[in-house]
Design a binder for this molecule. Structure first.
Ligand SMILES: C[S@@+](CC[C@H](N)C(=O)[O-])C[C@H]1O[C@@H](n2cnc3c(N)ncnc32)[C@H](O)[C@@H]1O
Length: 201
């Protein structure tokens, strides 16, 4: 059994369906490069699933700049306890997301909001962002969406520590503490680097 099958268990058929959508419709719609298709499981599904261990049970979650549904859809499929909002400003992408959550039977606990983060006025236990903007800009967009006591998780690559250093001023003015964490969805999966932002005590 491969890592994704072990991670997703009984949800594996649904996440496979999502991978089919990413490698066909998302490529046709220009939301995913054709070369990405071969690497979807490692670079996208398991990379996003690695965030799960940092998300408290029964959280409300917003995925800012969801694009083709990453990381929100792999997490919603893995964690039936979460209420997930996929936020995406572009019309074409928001249509793709709406159709995809219907195909995956997720409409009862996943919703799509067509908006830019800075224009959206609701709060969530967990604010997620992957490949959306540098951390200094993300803080201004994501912190107003964070409920009291909530967290921001920014999925970053090797640049994480440098981005934290570059965001020193924004972290101070928003009174946020930053931690750079390494998480994995499975011992055989690649590690993901995450910046977790929480309110300073
Ligand atoms: C590079 S894509 C990343 C998509 C997805 N998160 C992923 O990891 O594949 C960045 C996405 O952020 C969205 N975006 C850009 N500015 C935004 C803003 N101010 N608020 C919310 N989303 C934004 C874009 O429309 C785009 O879909």
């Amino acid at each position: 059994m491969d890592a994704a099958q072990e991670v997703y268990g009984s949800q594996y058929p649904l996440v496979s369906r999502y991978v089919d959508i990413l490698t066909t419709t998302a490529v046709e719609w220009g939301l995913m490069g054709p070369r990405e298709a071969a690497r979807v499981w490692d670079r996208h599904i398991l990379n996003c699933a690695a965030l799960s261990e940092l998300i408290p049970v029964a959280s409300s979650v917003v995925d800012v700049g969801s694009g083709a549904g990453l990381p929100g859809i792999p997490l919603a499929l893995l964690r039936p306890d979460l209420q997930v909002t996929l936020m995406e400003p572009l019309l074409r992408r928001s249509i793709f997301l709406t159709e995809t959550i219907k195909k995956l039977a997720l409409v009862d606990r996943v919703q799509v909001v067509r908006a830019r983060a800075e224009d959206h006025h609701q709060s969530y236990d967990v604010v997620l962002a992957r490949a959306v903007a540098p951390l200094d800009r993300l803080i201004g967009w994501c912190n107003p969406l964070r409920a009291t006591g909530g967290i921001i998780l920014a999925l970053k690559g090797e640049s994480a520590a440098d981005e934290v250093a570059a965001a020193k001023r924004q972290l101070e003015s928003a009174r946020l503490r930053a931690e750079v964490l390494t998480v994995r969805a499975h011992p055989d999966a690649e590690a993901a680097t995450v910046v977790r932002l929480t309110a300073r005590p």
